[in-house]
Ligand binder design. Structure first.
Ligand code: FES
Length: 148
């Protein structure tokens, strides 16, 4: 005559079912995160045109720092016109500042320097500063930035 171990069998079944569900759920979550890592994040980022104000807001020979939705830029006004640059140094990403006396952007981290066109002239930066397009409508200036 066979002995039936109902309690042990039921407990074992429930335990394995819970473990199996946990494993399937965990693997699914991991797989989803892996797919998010592999696939690009939604639609490509579109440039956004942001009003930065009137040209007279920027003194001649100065670069005004601005924060446009987390993107830090410098808007420089010279005799040649107005230009906007990312403040992120192309070496390791420190924030550059404008030095009026030298007429250069200077990075405080490793003394990288860029001329007024954003071109890297000395120090470790491997390439020019990122330049942003400026659009002038009347007296107002707009800059094209990538939305985050
Ligand atoms: S981070 Fe700018 S020179 Fe190194």
């Amino acid at each position: 005559m066979a002995i039936i171990h109902d309690d042990v069998g039921r407990r074992r079944f429930l335990s394995q079912a819970v473990m199996g569900f946990g494993m399937v759920f965990g693997m699914g979550a991991l797989g989803l995160r892996f797919l998010q890592f592999l696939l690009p994040n939604g639609a490509p980022r579109q440039p956004e045109t942001v009003l930065i104000g009137s040209e007279s807001r920027i003194p001649l020979g100065e670069a005004v720092p601005m924060d446009l939705g987390g993107q830090k830029i410098l808007v420089l006004r010279t005799d040649e016109g107005v230009a906007a640059f990312s403040r992120r140094c192309t070496d390791l990403g420190c924030l550059v500042s404008w030095n009026r006396e030298r007429g250069q952007f200077i990075c405080p981290c490793h003394q990288g320097t860029f001329d007024k066109t954003g071109l890297n002239v000395s120090g470790p930066p491997p390439r020019p500063l990122d330049r942003l397009d400026i659009v002038k409508r009347g007296d107002q200036l707009y800059v094209n930035v990538k939305s985050a």
